[in-house]
Design a binder for this molecule. Structure first.
Ligand code: NAP
Length: 327
């Protein structure tokens, strides 16, 4: 299996690390001999048809000398390489067009997609899914929502015989971490800085704190779980940039979280908002850095899935899991 990686930031580097350390294990355990034949960052794309040395990729990326390890090619040349999967770990763009084009071009070139980038999915779901079906190629996007928590694969493989009644998910760590810090008395900008240093905030944090990031994820969840074609304009969302009642929150003793909230049925609700959570609610068991969700179904009862802590490693683990599923 030959793959091309696009994006070598927090997630990309962690994914390279996992692929590097586990190459022999994946081969013996899953018969998956994964070769990374190209990597791209914002400036450089390098290619080796025999597979890049991943230790070198990490070392030379750190030194900003990626162009020294192998043949430098143009970014658009990745579509003509002998690869099976293109893995998108590049930043979300406002309109998601670059990602959408990357995916449709990949499908047309006979390649599958694994992506952690939610913008194309939240804004161009229909076009992407139609192109994937038309070209008989696959797209897996487990890591785009909820970091390391299994959500789409779990629903796809284990909950087919149930209908969704309600979903409440804490799927955005940055906004919840910052909100939690603010309720504890920390200044907004200080809390954002801490989140950035922990690698959980986007390069441009405003999409996190104004609620857009949570909204994008909510669209993807609704589309995947309800089989819909929503885009951002179909849902209600709010952020934490301009909270009026932070003092009320501080004094209330309750837990506040930004949650994706979806209800099924003939008139679905799809929103991403601040909720107050009562003690005893399963969602209250998650701290602000947890990722997880409560899913009420008709035949599988209420399921709660969460991980205590989420970060780039956990997200990258889902990227690699999707690569292994395709292999
Ligand atoms: N961080 C998380 O916990 C998390 C969780 C879930 C999903 N995601 C999503 O995963 C993606 C990556 O996140 P991240 O935290 O790794 O971001 P990041 O640290 O900002 O890294 C982005 C990487 O993409 C590269 N890049 C930028 N523009 C590019 C282009 N046009 N072509 C190729 N590469 C390009 C950057 O290059 P340079 O190195 O040259 O700047 C950088 O290596 C984002 O879409 C994000 O929303 C992140």
């Amino acid at each position: 299996m030959n793959i091309s990686l696009v994006g070598l930031g927090h997630i990309g580097k962690a994914a390279v690390g996992i692929l590097n350390e586990n190459h022999e294990y994946f081969k013996s355990r899953f018969n998956a001999d994964i070769k990374v034949i190209s990597v791209s960052d914002s400036r450089t794309t390098v290619y080796d048809k025999n597979g890049l040395n991943l230790d070198k990729v990490l070392m030379y990326k750190e030194r900003k000398e990626l162009d020294e390890i192998a043949e430098v090619i143009k970014p658009e040349e990745i579509y003509s390489l002998q690869s099976d999967i293109i893995v998108d770990m590049s930043p979300a763009t406002k309109d998601g067009v670059a990602g959408m084009k990357m995916y449709t071009k990949s499908f047309e070139s006979g390649k599958n997609i694994v992506t952690s980038n939610k913008a194309p999915l939240a804004l161009h779901w229909k076009e992407i899914m139609e192109s994937s079906m038309k070209n008989n190629r696959k797209i897996l996007y487990e890591s785009s929502v909820g970091g390391g928590v299994p959500l789409f694969n779990l629903n796809k493989y284990s909950l087919k015989s149930s209908k969704l009644l309600e979903f409440r998910g804490q799927v955005s760590s940055t906004i919840n971490f910052v909100l939690n810090q603010m309720i504890a008395g920390v200044d907004f900008h200080e809390a954002v800085k801490t989140a950035q240093s922990m690698g959980i905030a986007e390069t441009d944090y405003r999409d996190d704190t104004n609620g857009l990031d949570g909204a994008r994820k909510t669209v993807i969840i609704a589309n995947a779980l309800l089989g819909m074609d929503y885009t951002l304009k179909d849902i209600a969302y709010e952020g934490i940039d301009d909270i009026k009642d932070i003092n009320y929150m501080k004094n209330s003793g309750e837990i506040y979280r930004v949650l994706s909230h979806i209800t099924g049925g003939s008139k679905p609700t799809v929103e991403s908002k601040i909720f107050s959570i009562k003690q005893g609610d399963p969602v209250a068991a998650m701290d602000s850095l947890s990722m997880g969700y409560l899913e009420r179904t008709d035949n599988n009862d209420d399921l709660t899935v969460f991980e205590k802590h989420d970060g780039p490693l956990e997200t990258a683990a889902q990227v690699v899991n999707d690569i292994l599923l395709l292999s």
